[in-house]
Design a protein. Structure first.
Length: 328
């Protein structure tokens, strides 16, 4: 059994290596991109991030979400970090991004890297590295992040509204949104597992609880006991800014609990519940829930690598911002 387990681990690492090489060839990213220009870039980013996560672990899900929101709009180019100007509103002003936290963490990492390696490490790469390290720091998996992204110069709020998957989306809409970014149905269900950490707002589930079809009813796909528990926390006409756990009982731990909840019809958002409406996504949910996340950690790393290569700028494209909130 020990030998079989060793062979399984080695095979998994070989498959991930092939994936890394594929990413490198496909989009110009590469492992160790800064080895010659800023050899300690990843260690510097990790050290700065650790100071924040050790004090406030709840920053981890937001930093993961920030990377996701960046990649789904104009590609992984750091556009979600840009501030609005007098001429336009930036992505961070769009409704889905108003609840993002942790911009100050990205700024702190960038500031330290600029001291050591001025004008070298992009904000887009910082986002990718910080998302990976934040997950690892709260007990989740780690994965090798190919780097070499460059920063975009455009950030428009309407792009975020149009391109980010909605928390009210059905499975058909979700599959379409992910496919538009070159991501598969498996990537959809795997990356949805990121909801194992973090919180949601009562405003996001109010309709599911109190007015699902416009007739004052509750979403019938919700487990009745779970719906009752949510109603205790999110009162009708109550504080919409009040929060509830995405993964009750372990929302600060990166584990397979999310899939166990979804399988029991206890997914918080409509987009979580939608994973039971497709054969492939439902099968994956059920597999992880009964095997205690047997492949989840490995799958999540692979899908994050794939997502992190969406629409990247490399070579002479874009720029390396001096400050992440402003174009040069």
């Amino acid at each position: 059994m020990a030998m079989e387990k060793l062979i399984s681990v080695l095979f998994s690492k070989f498959i991930l290596l092939l994936l890394f090489l594929d990413v490198t060839n496909a989009c110009g990213l590469q492992l160790g991109f800064y080895s010659g220009t800023c050899p300690n870039a990843e260690q510097i980013a990790y050290a700065v991030l650790y100071k924040y996560i050790s004090r406030d672990p709840t920053l981890a899900p937001s930093l993961l979400r920030m990377h996701f929101h960046d990649c789904f709009v104009r590609g992984c180019d750091g556009s979600v970090l840009l501030n609005s100007t007098q001429g336009y509103k930036a992505e961070k002003e769009a409704f889905p991004n108003l609840s993002l936290r942790g911009f100050h963490v990205i700024d702190a990492v960038k500031s330290e890297l600029e001291k050591k390696c001025p004008g070298v490490v992009s904000c887009a790469d910082i986002l990718a590295l910080v998302a990976r390290d934040a997950v690892f720091m709260i007990g989740g998996p780690s994965w090798d992040v190919p780097t070499g992204r460059r920063d975009g110069r455009v950030s428009i709020d309407t792009d975020a509204l149009e391109q980010l998957p909605s928390f009210t989306a059905n499975i058909t809409e979700l599959i379409k949104d992910f496919s538009a970014k070159g991501l598969s149905v498996k990537d959809l269900v795997v990356l949805s597992g990121g909801h194992t950490i973090g919180i949601g707002h009562c405003s996001s589930i109010s309709d599911r609880l109190y007015n699902f079809t416009g007739k004052g009813d509750t979403d019938p796909s919700l487990d009745p006991k779970y719906a009752s528990a949510l109603k205790e926390k999110c009162k009708l006409g109550g504080d919409n800014l009040k929060t509830v756990e995405m993964d009750p009982g372990s929302f600060r731990t990166f584990d397979e609990g999310y899939y166990s909840n979804v399988a029991k019809r206890r997914g918080l958002l409509r987009s979580d519940a939608a994973l039971l409406d497709d054969v492939q996504t439902r099968t994956y949910v059920q597999l992880q829930s009964v095997t205690h996340g047997w492949t989840f950690a490995q799958d999540f790393g692979a899908s994050m690598i794939k997502m992190g290569s969406v629409g990247v700028l490399t070579g002479n494209q874009g720029e390396i911002r001096k400050r992440c909130a402003f174009v040069n």
